[in-house]
Design a protein around this ligand. Structure first.
Ligand code: HEM
Length: 134
């Protein structure tokens, strides 16, 4: 065993400030999206930014702030109220990918994040019905 401190992806990318930047850029894209944006709380964008950035920071090895404030993530359950069909999933992934493109992450970090987001977004699909008319 070495005495080296445990090294997490969270530390490697620069901690919570980096996750907040990523999530803000993600939401910049989501706000332009006619299918996704109507699902989000327009009057609580700062809250949504807080929730997703804390969740991701925690997932990638940072402090468990998300769980201490929001409880167990239970993400699939928390998404049941939203109409997450394959189109919504692909749009979500495209906005996340565009945000990731701006971050200058190393190829190792980028591929870890891509793999996680792809898996998580596929797991969040809860309907194959087309997007309802707004
Ligand atoms: C697949 C397409 C997805 C759609 C359409 C979607 C949609 C939403 C919406 C509308 C919210 C409510 C915003 C808020 O008030 O915080 C939300 C919350 C959230 N989403 Fe997603 N989401 C998707 C995928 C994902 C994925 C892949 C992750 C994780 C990597 C994720 C993590 C979260 C988290 C952590 C919250 C906050 C939960 C809470 O504490 O209430 N979502 N999502």
């Amino acid at each position: 065993m070495s005495d080296a401190p445990l090294h997490t992806l969270y530390d490697e990318v620069g901690g919570m400030a980096t996750f907040e930047t990523l999530v803000r850029r993600f939401y910049d894209g989501v706000q332009q999206d006619p299918v996704l944006w109507p699902m989000y709380p327009a009057d609580d964008l700062d809250g949504a930014i807080w929730r997703l950035s804390r969740f991701l920071g925690q997932y990638f090895g940072g402090p468990a702030t998300y769980s201490s404030m929001r409880g167990h993530p239970r993400l699939r359950m928390r998404h049941v109220e939203f109409h997450v069909n394959p189109d919504a999933r692909d749009r979500w992934l495209a906005h996340m990918s565009a945000a990731l493109d701006t971050m200058g992450f190393s190829p190792m970090v980028r591929s870890s994040m891509d793999a996680y987001f792809d898996r998580a977004a596929h797991a969040m699909v809860n309907t194959f019905e087309p997007t309802p008319e707004q």
